[in-house]
Design a protein around this ligand. Sequence first.
Ligand code: ATP
Ligand code: MG
Length: 321
Amino acid sequence: MTAYAVAAEGLRQRYRGGTTGLDDFDLRVPEGTVYGLLGPNGAGKTTAVRVLSTLLRFDSGRAEVAGADVVRQPGTVRERIALTGQYAAVDEILSGRQNLILFARLHRMGPREAQRRADELLDRFALVEAAGRSAGEYSGGMRRRLDLAASMIRRPDVLFLDEPTTGLDPRSRNQVWDAVRGLVADGTTVLLTTQYLDEADQLAARIAVVDSGRVVAEGTPAELKATIGADRLEVAVRDAARLADAVAVVQRVTGTEPDVDPDRRRLRAPVTDRVDALVTTVRALRDAGIAVDDVGVSQPTLDEVFLQLTGHRATTGEETR
Ligand SMILES: Nc1ncnc2c1ncn2[C@@H]1O[C@H](COP(=O)(O)OP(=O)(O)OP(=O)(O)O)[C@@H](O)[C@H]1O
Ligand SMILES: [Mg+2]
């Protein structure tokens, strides 16, 4: 188990009270890549991160992180990893730059080296302009990037990011994604958890889909999407009287029987070539004189992915993208 930055086999973990955290959980994360753990609320993502980062004991199985055994060499593992959220107690009064210098000093860097490292990280995480402002005035996205920068002070071999972009706006998400890509370009391995299929798709070289404490599917985004199924064409028909005509058009264009929601006058059908399907459908609807409120192509939602992979819906009510 050495060519992998993280290698876990048959991990089982049960919380006091009997809830299963991990149930025969296997994982292999190749060095120098971003790896995504994808799953809904309660899937076991945070449990996996806490177990692998030595914060939580497990009952059986084995795990190696950054070349060290999680049970026998927890100290070595801790020296080689970082975890965001670990420094959630960023000082609100100190500036971003002062915070980073403080963390560097806590890691026993000399004053000059600490300043140099802080400036390097401010630059990398696009915080140069905000460097002198109190961290308490930072937006959610800036705060998240400061957290990331703080966890990078020591250049960890493996960085664990637990839902790094949940709650961020699209622009902040993109900034965090860029920061993560930069870290990996420098050789850090990143294990990130997410509830968002598009995030895993954008960032991760490989993805494990987690459900009830175990990995139910694993592969590259392209491999997973191939098993999960294609993009969905969606059409919202303006006039209920034309719904049947629209169904016929979509049927002809996609070669499949669309799902119909008569109440909302919406059709959904899987497509293989999203651009071609979109163009052809719009043209065919126009030729048939069918007015629409909306036409679009979307990725399957995490709910649909789950339904397909596990045969049941993600059980929590939280909104997925
Ligand atoms: N401290 C705890 N005590 C008891 N049960 C827990 C504890 N933490 C998590 N669990 C349970 O373990 C299971 C896995 O939870 P976990 O937090 O790992 O999920 P998650 O995938 O991180 O979910 P989320 O997306 O909501 O963060 C859930 O059933 C959860 O209720
Ligand atoms: Mg979690």
